[in-house]
Design a protein around this ligand. Structure first.
Ligand code: GLA
Length: 387
């Protein structure tokens, strides 16, 4: 874990509040290996937490005041009382992520006390690597250290973080990003059943690297397109008379899908086939079968491109360049909500440099930038770093 990030956050705390923090917590961002837009359909996902995170240095207070300094936003301080209604701020979006979690924990009747905190992070923002989930989960994890907070288990922390983003910040996300940030296991991906909330760690085989490559495509219209996809999935589930597309299998889709309009049918087909791919990919990864993992990731990408229509041409191009190097030895696909952002590759370590070379040589974003490339370790979920 990055010592510089921790010491930078401690220093920000000391200069804002003139005292030393009592503890430091962290929560990671994530990359999703497979299972896109399945979480809000009650389905399966296979993400891993990454070694890029939000860090909070904090000191619990004896009174009811919350003071938050954002080290990455020029040291601005947000201050409020736990005894007054917590409102949204229009002038500081970062502050709302913290406020939303504090309000959600209060709504759950949890015994909060005041807190001073300094926040910093190194999860790339706007890249689709869940910097916001890492922030909300870190805030939840911090309050979970207070006495009387036993109910705030990692899963409950994740759900509180998700609800705060849905209700307070206004993002209609599913539960994947927060669950993996709260529950990630070092060296493992996590199979998450987004309905039952059961999780199962799946070891990343030795000698396998996880590469994240940023397309630097500006993600426009993300929220409206995301919400449209959700509505289309809900409409499809209503057509089949089930609570969510999780309950539709390929046979049902083939038999009764004809009654859907073409676009809604394609959306449903993506989700139904993607759920099946996640379960197969879990087996493939667990048995170290990277060739099979690669085929499933390729099918996932094609399904996102052709049926769910959430990729964009530069992202398709970036995937093609990587696939050209990797061949049958691993896999590559777009990761995250879509319309830009990052792709993920699961490859033997000896392919990291050849992939990097090919991408730096052959890929340019629409604005002319090269891809930014991260080679990640599957990290542990949120936790206390030092006390
Ligand atoms: C975003 C959302 C997640 C999930 C993905 C798509 O990251 O926050 O809940 O729906 O998109 O898989």
């Amino acid at each position: 874990m990055s010592e510089t990030l921790i010491s930078r956050t401690r220093a920000a705390f000391e200069s804002a509040f003139g005292a030393a923090p009592a503890l430091v917590v962290q929560a990671p961002g994530r990359v999703n290996l497979i299972g896109e837009h399945t979480d809000y359909n009650g389905g399966f996902v296979l993400p891993c937490a990454i070694d890029y995170r939000t860090v909070i240095a904090a000191l619990p207070r004896a009174d009811r005041l919350v003071r938050v300094v954002a080290a990455d936003y020029g040291g601005a301080i947000d201050e409020y009382s736990l005894d007054a209604p917590i409102e949204r701020r229009d002038d500081a979006m970062w502050a709302n992520y913290v406020r939303g979690v504090v309000r959600e924990l209060q709504r759950r009747g949890l015994p909060l006390t005041g807190m001073d905190m300094a926040i910093s992070g190194d999860v790339p923002q706007g890249a689709g690597l869940s910097s916001s989930a890492s922030l909300t989960v870190a805030v939840g994890r911090l309050f979970a250290t207070l006495p009387g907070m036993d109910a705030l288990t990692p899963i409950e922390t994740a759900l509180a973080a998700q609800h705060s983003e849905n209700d307070f910040v206004g993002t209609q996300c599913g539960n994947m990003d927060q669950i993996i940030s709260a529950c990630g296991v070092e060296g493992h991906a996590l199979l998450i059943d987004c309905r039952s909330l059961e999780t199962r760690p799946v070891e990343i085989p030795a000698g396998v690297a996880i590469m994240i490559l940023h397309s630097h495509v500006k993600r426009g219209l993300v929220d409206s397109e995301y919400n449209t996809r959700r509505q289309q999935c809900e409409a499809a589930a209503r057509h089949f008379g089930v609570p969510a597309l999780r309950d539709v299998d390929p046979a049902m889709l083939a038999e009764r899908g004809a009654g859907l309009d073409e676009v809604t049918f394609k959306r449903a087909r993506h989700v139904v086939t993607e759920d099946a791919r996640v379960l197969q990919a879990t087996q493939a990864l667990a048995s170290g079968d990277l060739a099979r993992m690669g085929r499933l990731m390729a099918e996932s990408h094609a399904s996102m491109r052709d049926d769910f229509e959430i990729t964009v041409p530069p992202v398709d191009r970036l995937v093609e360049i990587v696939a050209g190097v990797v061949q049958e030895r691993g896999g590559v696909r777009m990761t995250g909500g879509g319309f830009g952002g990052c792709i993920v590759a699961v490859v033997p370590e000896d392919l990291v440099e050849p992939v990097r070379e090919a991408v730096l040589r052959d890929y340019r974003a629409p604005g002319g930038e090269q891809s930014t490339i991260y080679v990640c370790r599957a990290a542990a979920g949120a936790g206390v770093v030092s006390q």
